[in-house]
Design a protein around this ligand. Sequence first.
Ligand code: CAA
Length: 296
Amino acid sequence: MEIRKVGVLGCGLMGSGIAQVAAQSGHPTTVLEVSKELLDAGLKRIDQFLSNGVSRGKVRPEEKQATLSRLAGTTDYAALADCDLVIEAVVENLPAKQEAFQRLERTLKPEAILASNTSSLSITEMSVATKRPQRFVGLHFFNPVPLMKLVEITRTIQTDPEVEETVLKFAKGLGKVPIRALDRTGFIVNRLLVPYILDAIRALEEGVGTIVDIDQGMKLGCGHPMGPFTLLDLVGIDTTYYIANIMFDEFRERRFAPPPLMKRMVLAGFHGRKTGKGFYDYASEPPKPNDFLTRS
Ligand code: CAA
């Protein structure tokens, strides 16, 4: 099966990135949001990313125009009826995802493939809530989607091997490097990344080092492109908190348990870049580290 038309559920940070790369790679792409406001914000993010790419000389102006011309936004599930592949990137919450898939299936053609961009929920649990668990895979992109090369492809014990191969080919066509993972919470990357990130927060709570020094340590000492707190602010402290809780529920191991500071930051609305405040404060440039632990 050839994937031509792509649908994306959700036009947030991940959904907008996925819709952008699909349209940029030549696929007619329709992205769905629950409200016109959220849709407009997501489409604006795509426009800005492409414009930024043009300013950097990474995207040709005509490529930006062609990408936008292949991209449509909608709040109506019926607009996705003729998609060959629909990638779900809604909030990291099982009932919300299951409901989105069920609404989608009311109009979707039977042979279409369903994929979830979940980073921690069970692909099997989502797939069995649909009428096509054999045509269901995990397709996990990384943030920021247009720049990050990796995609994790997850099959369940029910996934048709031909579907997995089709999606693998599709991911390569987006210019991504796919790796295969089994349906285990966190797949490959988050299984290793989440305990590391949570340990960075524990080190901060214990006063081992400051936000800036821990970030510098991992950047310059291990060659990471960004330190754990800068990364947390990019991915979203709320998002990482949900992922950690799901992983803790699955494995019952302390290394996946979110530290107390993280929970309080989520409750207080310190979600990272998207709320202007996380481990760093983004009101000024360069962002300043938050001193909530050392303030007397
Ligand atoms: N359009 C096109 N190209 C762009 C661009 C744009 N809008 N913006 C930047 N670029 C290009 C730049 O020109 C540059 O290209 P070259 O390497 O050819 O020079 C490249 O992208 C990198 O951009 P910058 O130099 O501006 O920034 P950087 O070097 O600091 O890299 C980054 C930015 C790619 C985000 C890098 O910091 C990085 O890799 N960070 C780690 C991100 C990460 O770990 N993400 C995974 C998070 S976990 C996750 O997502 C999964 C989950 O489930 C939670």
